[in-house]
Design a protein. Structure first.
Length: 269
């Protein structure tokens, strides 16, 4: 049975099936997309399963790098529809469902990936146990975890948090994920008992700089809590953000903004 947070995520991404990949494509990591940079830490596996595969953007990158057997699972049927239409994913095994109960056989994959998804999952020990079950011995698990914002994104959160805190209870976005899945120490504590080695830890800085309007849109699209705001609150937040970030705008009109993505890599021992 889905949790309230999972129902929210499913419904949000059914309404906005391309939102996650569009947001990821806006940012650059040394001139490339965050999926390309993340894929560098995955390598070229013969078989790969994506937990929270969304609209298949990451799987498509991995397919382009030679991965053969491709699979993914996601809560959103609409995102999976988009994924099935992507080049390179015509033969991918894409299924709706929860990562806590993977519909895949034991020892099926060389690599499991999860980009900005594991950190949103409940019962994360079950997810990790299922990952260990479907991985072959020595298989890799590569996890992308949000590490916070810099510059204008940091300003946005300072302005937005007090507003998010006073949203009426019946409009609040359900809390998702386990805080342990967002840190290196927490992941080691979760992964170790399931037979995984201590994680390697790599940080990507995603450049999201642009005009103040484009950076506002990034902020708007990044945080699920924005969904809880009514139109008046949203306009107030936009104005407050523009005022608070005005001093950061460069002479050429660029507002600096960035997001950190931490990439944890481990293997099943």
């Amino acid at each position: 049975m889905m949790t309230p947070a999972e129902e929210f995520l499913r419904d949000y991404h059914d309404r906005n099936p391309a939102a996650a990949s569009e947001l990821a494509e806006r940012g650059r990591v040394d001139g490339r997309s965050v999926y390309e940079a993340f894929a560098d830490h995955v390598g070229q596996p013969a078989s790969v399963l994506d937990l929270g595969c969304g609209d298949g953007a990451l799987l498509a990158v991995l397919a382009g790098r030679g991965a053969g057997k491709l699979a993914g699972i996601d809560l959103s049927a609409k995102q999976l529809e988009v994924a099935r239409g992507r080049a390179g994913l015509a033969d991918a095994d894409l299924r709706p469902g929860r990562a806590q109960q993977l519909p895949f056989e034991d020892d099926s994959y060389d690599t499991v990936v999860s980009h900005m998804a594991l950190m949103l999952m409940s019962d994360v020990e079950k997810v990790i146990a299922e990952t260990a079950r479907v991985l072959r011995p020595g298989g890799a698990f590569v996890i992308g975890v949000g590490g916070g914002g810099t510059d204008a994104l940091e300003v946005f959160l300072k302005v937005a948090r007090p507003l998010f805190a006073v949203v009426a209870e019946d409009r609040q976005v359900p809390t998702s994920g386990d805080p342990r899945s967002r840190t290196r120490e927490g992941l080691d504590a979760l992964l170790g008992p399931a037979g995984f080695a201590p994680v390697g830890w790599h940080q990507l800085l995603v450049d999201l700089s642009g005009t103040p309007d484009s950076v506002w849109q990034v902020c708007h699209d990044t945080y699920y809590q924005v969904e809880a705001l009514d139109e008046t609150q949203l306009m107030g937040l936009r104005t407050a953000f523009k005022v608070a970030s005005r001093s950061l705008v460069a002479p050429d009109g660029t507002l600096p903004a960035g997001a950190l993505v931490n990439v944890a890599t481990t293997r099943l021992t």
